[in-house]
Design a protein around this ligand. Structure first.
Ligand SMILES: N[C@@H](CCC(=O)N[C@@H](CS)C(=O)NCC(=O)O)C(=O)O
Length: 227
Protein backbone atom coordinates (compact mmCIF):
# COMPACT_ATOMS: atom_id res chain seq x y z
CA UNK A 1 0.00 0.00 0.00
CA UNK A 2 1.32 3.46 -0.89
CA UNK A 3 1.80 6.01 1.87
CA UNK A 4 -1.60 7.44 2.71
CA UNK A 5 -1.87 10.98 4.01
CA UNK A 6 -3.03 11.39 7.64
CA UNK A 7 -6.74 11.91 8.08
CA UNK A 8 -8.70 13.81 10.69
CA UNK A 9 -12.47 13.86 10.68
CA UNK A 10 -14.11 16.90 12.22
CA UNK A 11 -17.48 15.97 13.71
CA UNK A 12 -19.06 14.47 16.79
CA UNK A 13 -19.78 10.72 16.58
CA UNK A 14 -23.40 11.78 17.27
CA UNK A 15 -23.56 13.36 13.80
CA UNK A 16 -25.14 11.00 11.31
CA UNK A 17 -23.25 12.35 8.28
CA UNK A 18 -20.01 12.08 10.24
CA UNK A 19 -20.80 8.47 11.11
CA UNK A 20 -21.42 7.59 7.45
CA UNK A 21 -17.86 8.70 6.78
CA UNK A 22 -16.26 7.03 9.80
CA UNK A 23 -18.06 3.80 8.78
CA UNK A 24 -16.44 4.08 5.35
CA UNK A 25 -13.00 4.99 6.70
CA UNK A 26 -13.02 2.01 9.04
CA UNK A 27 -14.38 -0.36 6.41
CA UNK A 28 -11.51 0.60 4.12
CA UNK A 29 -8.97 0.32 6.94
CA UNK A 30 -8.06 4.01 6.80
CA UNK A 31 -6.77 5.28 10.14
CA UNK A 32 -8.12 8.61 11.29
CA UNK A 33 -8.27 10.94 14.22
CA UNK A 34 -11.61 12.42 15.18
CA UNK A 35 -12.27 15.90 16.52
CA UNK A 36 -15.62 15.42 18.25
CA UNK A 37 -17.22 18.79 17.83
CA UNK A 38 -20.74 20.09 17.24
CA UNK A 39 -21.94 22.03 14.17
CA UNK A 40 -21.11 25.75 14.21
CA UNK A 41 -18.55 25.39 17.00
CA UNK A 42 -15.40 27.45 16.49
CA UNK A 43 -13.56 24.37 15.25
CA UNK A 44 -16.39 23.36 12.87
CA UNK A 45 -16.52 26.94 11.54
CA UNK A 46 -12.76 26.94 11.06
CA UNK A 47 -12.79 23.84 8.85
CA UNK A 48 -16.11 24.04 7.00
CA UNK A 49 -17.30 27.10 5.05
CA UNK A 50 -20.79 26.69 6.58
CA UNK A 51 -19.76 25.27 9.97
CA UNK A 52 -21.39 21.91 9.25
CA UNK A 53 -20.21 18.35 9.90
CA UNK A 54 -18.23 16.53 8.74
CA UNK A 55 -15.00 17.87 7.29
CA UNK A 56 -12.14 15.54 6.43
CA UNK A 57 -8.72 17.12 6.91
CA UNK A 58 -6.16 15.44 4.63
CA UNK A 59 -2.58 16.04 5.75
CA UNK A 60 0.25 15.09 3.43
CA UNK A 61 3.90 15.72 4.27
CA UNK A 62 5.28 18.65 2.27
CA UNK A 63 1.88 19.76 1.04
CA UNK A 64 -0.77 22.10 2.35
CA UNK A 65 -3.61 20.45 4.27
CA UNK A 66 -6.76 19.84 2.26
CA UNK A 67 -10.12 20.33 3.95
CA UNK A 68 -12.83 18.34 2.23
CA UNK A 69 -16.46 18.77 3.21
CA UNK A 70 -19.78 17.39 1.90
CA UNK A 71 -20.01 13.73 2.81
CA UNK A 72 -20.54 12.49 -0.75
CA UNK A 73 -17.38 14.28 -1.90
CA UNK A 74 -15.53 12.69 1.03
CA UNK A 75 -16.88 9.25 0.06
CA UNK A 76 -15.55 9.77 -3.48
CA UNK A 77 -12.14 10.70 -2.08
CA UNK A 78 -12.13 7.57 0.10
CA UNK A 79 -13.07 5.36 -2.87
CA UNK A 80 -10.40 6.90 -5.09
CA UNK A 81 -7.57 6.63 -2.57
CA UNK A 82 -8.55 3.18 -1.22
CA UNK A 83 -10.74 1.44 -3.83
CA UNK A 84 -10.85 -1.91 -2.01
CA UNK A 85 -12.82 -3.29 -0.33
CA UNK A 86 -15.33 -1.67 -2.63
CA UNK A 87 -18.38 0.15 -1.32
CA UNK A 88 -19.65 0.76 -4.81
CA UNK A 89 -21.97 -1.24 -7.02
CA UNK A 90 -19.91 -2.72 -9.81
CA UNK A 91 -21.71 -3.26 -13.11
CA UNK A 92 -22.08 -7.00 -12.46
CA UNK A 93 -23.13 -6.71 -8.83
CA UNK A 94 -26.28 -4.67 -8.82
CA UNK A 95 -29.48 -6.48 -8.11
CA UNK A 96 -32.35 -4.01 -8.18
CA UNK A 97 -30.47 -1.06 -9.58
CA UNK A 98 -30.52 -0.70 -13.34
CA UNK A 99 -27.15 1.04 -13.31
CA UNK A 100 -24.46 1.41 -10.61
CA UNK A 101 -25.16 5.15 -10.22
CA UNK A 102 -28.51 4.24 -8.62
CA UNK A 103 -26.48 3.59 -5.47
CA UNK A 104 -25.49 7.30 -5.38
CA UNK A 105 -29.12 8.22 -5.96
CA UNK A 106 -29.98 6.26 -2.79
CA UNK A 107 -27.14 7.96 -0.90
CA UNK A 108 -28.29 11.40 -1.99
CA UNK A 109 -31.92 10.70 -1.07
CA UNK A 110 -30.83 9.46 2.36
CA UNK A 111 -29.11 12.80 2.99
CA UNK A 112 -31.49 15.23 1.33
CA UNK A 113 -34.80 13.57 2.29
CA UNK A 114 -33.83 11.26 5.16
CA UNK A 115 -31.94 13.69 7.37
CA UNK A 116 -34.83 16.18 7.63
CA UNK A 117 -37.47 13.42 7.81
CA UNK A 118 -35.73 11.47 10.58
CA UNK A 119 -33.62 13.93 12.53
CA UNK A 120 -35.04 17.40 12.08
CA UNK A 121 -38.76 16.57 12.12
CA UNK A 122 -38.89 13.69 14.60
CA UNK A 123 -35.78 12.52 16.50
CA UNK A 124 -34.64 16.01 17.50
CA UNK A 125 -38.00 16.75 19.20
CA UNK A 126 -38.08 13.39 20.95
CA UNK A 127 -34.53 13.80 22.31
CA UNK A 128 -35.33 17.34 23.46
CA UNK A 129 -38.44 16.08 25.25
CA UNK A 130 -36.48 13.28 26.95
CA UNK A 131 -33.81 15.71 28.09
CA UNK A 132 -36.24 18.41 29.26
CA UNK A 133 -38.79 16.03 30.77
CA UNK A 134 -41.46 17.98 28.90
CA UNK A 135 -43.77 17.93 26.94
CA UNK A 136 -45.41 14.68 27.98
CA UNK A 137 -45.26 11.66 25.68
CA UNK A 138 -48.81 12.21 24.44
CA UNK A 139 -48.27 15.95 23.85
CA UNK A 140 -45.07 15.24 21.97
CA UNK A 141 -46.72 12.54 19.86
CA UNK A 142 -49.46 15.01 18.93
CA UNK A 143 -46.97 17.71 17.99
CA UNK A 144 -44.82 15.46 15.77
CA UNK A 145 -47.74 13.56 14.21
CA UNK A 146 -47.31 15.17 10.78
CA UNK A 147 -43.57 14.60 10.88
CA UNK A 148 -44.09 10.94 11.72
CA UNK A 149 -46.53 10.55 8.81
CA UNK A 150 -43.95 12.12 6.46
CA UNK A 151 -41.32 9.83 7.91
CA UNK A 152 -43.45 6.76 7.19
CA UNK A 153 -43.62 7.87 3.57
CA UNK A 154 -39.87 8.38 3.42
CA UNK A 155 -39.25 4.90 4.86
CA UNK A 156 -41.69 3.25 2.47
CA UNK A 157 -40.13 4.97 -0.52
CA UNK A 158 -36.61 3.99 0.49
CA UNK A 159 -37.69 0.43 1.18
CA UNK A 160 -39.10 0.33 -2.33
CA UNK A 161 -35.59 0.97 -3.63
CA UNK A 162 -34.05 -1.82 -1.55
CA UNK A 163 -33.55 -5.53 -2.16
CA UNK A 164 -35.99 -7.74 -0.27
CA UNK A 165 -33.31 -8.99 2.15
CA UNK A 166 -29.74 -8.40 3.20
CA UNK A 167 -28.14 -5.01 2.61
CA UNK A 168 -29.75 -2.24 0.59
CA UNK A 169 -28.49 -4.05 -2.50
CA UNK A 170 -28.86 -7.59 -1.15
CA UNK A 171 -25.51 -9.31 -0.74
CA UNK A 172 -23.37 -6.25 -1.52
CA UNK A 173 -22.59 -3.73 1.22
CA UNK A 174 -22.33 -0.23 -0.24
CA UNK A 175 -22.27 3.43 0.70
CA UNK A 176 -26.08 3.29 0.49
CA UNK A 177 -26.07 1.22 3.69
CA UNK A 178 -23.57 3.51 5.38
CA UNK A 179 -25.59 6.63 4.60
CA UNK A 180 -28.97 5.27 5.70
CA UNK A 181 -27.79 3.36 8.75
CA UNK A 182 -26.92 6.23 11.15
CA UNK A 183 -30.37 7.76 10.58
CA UNK A 184 -32.35 4.60 11.18
CA UNK A 185 -30.18 3.58 14.13
CA UNK A 186 -31.16 6.91 15.73
CA UNK A 187 -34.81 6.37 14.90
CA UNK A 188 -34.71 2.87 16.35
CA UNK A 189 -33.34 4.30 19.59
CA UNK A 190 -36.52 6.37 20.09
CA UNK A 191 -40.14 5.29 20.69
CA UNK A 192 -40.88 6.36 17.10
CA UNK A 193 -38.77 3.38 16.04
CA UNK A 194 -42.07 1.51 16.34
CA UNK A 195 -42.87 2.59 12.76
CA UNK A 196 -39.92 0.64 11.33
CA UNK A 197 -41.06 -2.20 9.08
CA UNK A 198 -39.95 -5.81 9.32
CA UNK A 199 -37.64 -5.25 6.35
CA UNK A 200 -36.01 -2.22 7.93
CA UNK A 201 -35.66 -3.97 11.30
CA UNK A 202 -34.06 -6.96 9.55
CA UNK A 203 -31.68 -4.65 7.73
CA UNK A 204 -30.77 -2.85 10.97
CA UNK A 205 -30.00 -6.22 12.51
CA UNK A 206 -27.75 -7.25 9.61
CA UNK A 207 -25.99 -3.89 9.79
CA UNK A 208 -25.64 -4.14 13.56
CA UNK A 209 -23.49 -7.25 13.14
CA UNK A 210 -20.79 -5.38 11.23
CA UNK A 211 -17.62 -4.62 13.19
CA UNK A 212 -17.53 -1.10 11.77
CA UNK A 213 -21.05 -0.44 13.03
CA UNK A 214 -20.13 -1.66 16.51
CA UNK A 215 -16.93 0.40 16.48
CA UNK A 216 -18.76 3.62 15.53
CA UNK A 217 -21.62 3.29 18.00
CA UNK A 218 -19.97 4.98 21.03
CA UNK A 219 -21.13 8.59 21.14
CA UNK A 220 -24.38 7.94 19.26
CA UNK A 221 -27.99 8.26 20.36
CA UNK A 222 -28.40 4.49 20.50
CA UNK A 223 -26.00 4.30 23.45
CA UNK A 224 -27.63 7.28 25.16
CA UNK A 225 -25.01 9.83 24.13
CA UNK A 226 -25.57 13.48 23.30
CA UNK A 227 -23.62 15.74 20.90
N1 LIG B 1 -24.73 18.04 2.77
C1 LIG B 1 -23.96 17.90 3.98
C2 LIG B 1 -24.89 17.84 5.17
C3 LIG B 1 -24.16 17.77 6.47
C4 LIG B 1 -25.06 18.06 7.66
O1 LIG B 1 -26.23 18.48 7.53
N2 LIG B 1 -24.51 17.83 8.84
C5 LIG B 1 -25.25 18.17 10.05
C6 LIG B 1 -24.76 17.34 11.22
S1 LIG B 1 -25.15 15.63 11.03
C7 LIG B 1 -24.97 19.62 10.35
O2 LIG B 1 -23.83 20.04 10.29
N3 LIG B 1 -26.01 20.41 10.67
C8 LIG B 1 -25.87 21.78 11.01
C9 LIG B 1 -26.63 22.69 10.08
O3 LIG B 1 -27.46 22.19 9.30
O4 LIG B 1 -26.42 23.89 10.14
C10 LIG B 1 -23.07 16.65 3.87
O5 LIG B 1 -23.43 15.75 3.13
O6 LIG B 1 -22.00 16.61 4.48
Amino acid sequence: MFNLPSHTIVGTPFSTFTRSITLGLRYKGIEYKQIATTPHSDVADKHHPFGMLPTLIIQQVGRNDVRLCESQAIARYIDRTVPLPSLDLAADEFILAAIPEKMWEFVSLSGSQGFPAVEINVVKYRVQAIDDGTPSDSELRASIRDGVEELKLFLARMEGLMAKEGYVYGPKLTWADFFLYPLLADLQATPEGEILSERMLGWLEVMGELDVVKATSPGTLAVGARP
